[in-house]
Design a protein around this ligand. Structure first.
Ligand SMILES: [Fe+2]
Length: 390
C-alpha cells in the first residue's frame, strides 16, 4: 500500500463558522481581495455583517464579482487589475466557479504570463506552486473546490475546453464550510451541485487510484449523505440537518477526488462542458446513473466478485438501507435503481435541452478520456450512455 494525501491545513466546518473569516484573514495580513458570486451572498443577512466585521478588524477590502465559469481572459483581467495592490490574502465566497476563480487568481498573482500558459494540456509552462494565501468559502454543496488542488478554467465554443490549473499547493489554505450559507440555494442548483458531489464520491470510491484513506472518507460521506439531497431539494430546503450533510459530503468529495481521481462521468463533463453552456453539476447529475449502470454491468461480466463491484454494493447499502440485499451483484444493481430514481425526482434535464444532438455524440465520445474509471468502456457504450440522456 502506498499513497499520497493532500488536504487543507485548516478546515472550519459548521453553522455560523463564517464569523471566523475576519480573524483568519488577519492572520495573513490586512489587505484582502474578496471574490464573490453575482447575487445571493449580497442579498443575505451575512453580507452586511461580514463587511462590518472586516471594517472592525481594519481589513482593507478590494472586491470583485465573478458571474460565470472562469475563462482565461477573466482570470488575466482580475490579476492585472489587482496585481499592484499588495494583496495579502484572497477569499472567495460562492459556488464552484467563484472558488475556482479565487484559486486561479491567487496562483497567477505571482506570475506575469496569461493563465492559459499554465493550463494542463493547453499551455507549455508548469506552475511552481507559489501563490497568495487563499481562503475558500462555499455557498453551494457540490464541486468540493474548497478542498481540491485544481481550478477549472473554461473556454466555451467550437474549440472550447475545460482544463485545470493544477498544483498540490493550490489546495486552499483555509476552507470555511458553513452550511448556513447554503440555506437559500435554489432547488435546481442544490440538485445539480448535490449530484456532482455524489458523482465525485462514487467515482473516487471506485477509482483505480483510490486508497484505504479515500475509501474510508468516501464511504463515510455516503453514509452521512443518505437521502439528504432529496430532502433539501424536493421537501425541506431549509432543513439544516440535510444542509449540513450536503455540505459535509461536498467537502469530502473534493478531498477524495483530489487524492483518488475521477471516472467517465467527469471525462464526459470536461468535453461537453467545453463545447456547450451546461452547468457542470447538470452534466454529472444527468449522466451518473447511466454511467454507473454501464460500469456495473461491464464489471460484472468480467468478475462479479471484483473490488469495484463490492464497493458499489457498499455504496448502495449506505445510500438506501432497504431492501437488504446480501449479494454484491444485486446490491450494486440496486444502486443504479436508486440513482435513476433520484435523477427523475430531482428533474435532472437531458443534455438535449442544452442543445446537444445525436450528431454531436461521436465527436464527444472521440474526445472523452476515461480518467481513473474502474473499467474501460467501449466507444459504443459511451455513445449509448449519451443517447440515453439526450
Ligand atoms: Fe464535479
Amino acid at each position: 500500500m502506498a499513497f499520497n494525501f493532500f488536504a487543507n491545513p485548516h478546515l472550519h466546518f459548521g453553522p455560523g463558522t463564517i464569523k471566523c473569516l475576519p480573524e483568519l484573514i488577519t492572520s495573513h495580513g490586512k489587505t484582502l481581495l474578496l471574490i464573490t458570486g453575482a447575487r445571493s451572498l449580497q442579498k443575505s443577512d451575512h453580507w452586511p455583517r461580514l463587511l462590518d466585521a472586516l471594517k472592525k478588524n481594519s481589513i482593507r477590502v478590494y472586491q470583485t464579482v465573478v458571474k460565470t465559469e472562469p475563462s482565461p481572459s477573466l482570470i488575466d483581467e482580475i490579476v492585472l487589475r489587482y496585481r499592484e495592490q499588495s494583496i495579502d490574502v484572497i477569499a472567495a465566497i460562492g459556488g464552484g466557479s467563484v472558488m475556482d476563480a479565487g484559486k486561479a487568481v491567487s496562483a497567477m498573482m505571482t506570475k506575469q504570463e496569461s493563465v492559459i500558459e499554465y493550463l494542463e494540456d493547453v499551455g507549455t509552462r508548469s506552475h511552481d506552486g507559489k501563490k497568495i494565501p487563499f481562503i475558500a468559502v462555499p455557498t453551494t454543496s457540490g464541486t468540493g473546490s474548497e478542498a481540491t488542488k485544481n481550478a477549472v478554467i473554461s473556454q466555451l465554443g467550437k474549440n472550447g475546453f475545460k482544463k485545470s490549473l493544477l498544483h498540490d499547493n493550490f489546495v486552499p489554505d483555509i476552507a470555511i464550510v458553513d452550511p448556513e450559507l447554503t440555506l437559500d440555494c435554489p432547488p435546481e442548483i442544490t440538485a445539480a451541485c448535490g449530484m456532482d458531489a455524489l458523482t465525485q464520491l462514487l467515482e473516487s470510491l471506485v477509482s483505480t487510484n483510490s486508497s484505504p484513506m479515500t475509501d474510508s472518507l468516501a464511504l463515510g460521506a455516503l453514509e452521512i449523505l443518505g437521502d439528504a439531497l432529496i430532502t433539501a431539494t424536493t421537501k425541506h430546503p431549509h432543513d439544516m440537518a440535510a444542509r449540513k450533510k450536503l455540505s459535509y459530503a461536498s467537502y469530502i468529495s473534493g478531498l477524495t477526488l483530489a487524492n483518488a481521481g475521477l471516472g467517465v462521468v467527469h471525462g464526459f463533463a470536461s468535453v461537453i462542458g467545453g463545447a456547450f453552456s451546461i452547468p457542470h453539476g447538470v452534466i454529472c447529475g444527468t449522466l451518473l446513473s447511466e454511467v454507473t449502470r454501464y460500469n456495473i454491468e461491464s464489471l460484472i461480466s468480467l468478475d462479479s466478485n471484483g473490488p469495484a463491484i463490492k464497493k458499489y454494493a457498499r455504496a448502495s447499502r449506505l445510500l438506501s438501507p432497504s431492501p437488504v440485499l446480501e449479494n454484491h451483484v444485486e446490491s450494486s444493481r440496486h444502486l443504479v435503481k436508486i440513482l435513476a430514481q433520484w435523477t427523475y425526482q430531482l428533474k435532472m434535464p437531458g443534455l438535449g435541452s442544452y442543445g446537444v444532438t445525436l450528431e454531436d455524440i461521436d465527436t464527444i465520445v472521440e474526445s472523452t478520456g476515461q480518467k481513473n474509471n474502474p473499467i474501460q468502456l467501449s466507444a459504443k457504450k459511451l455513445s449509448k450512455i449519451l443517447q440515453a440522456r439526450l
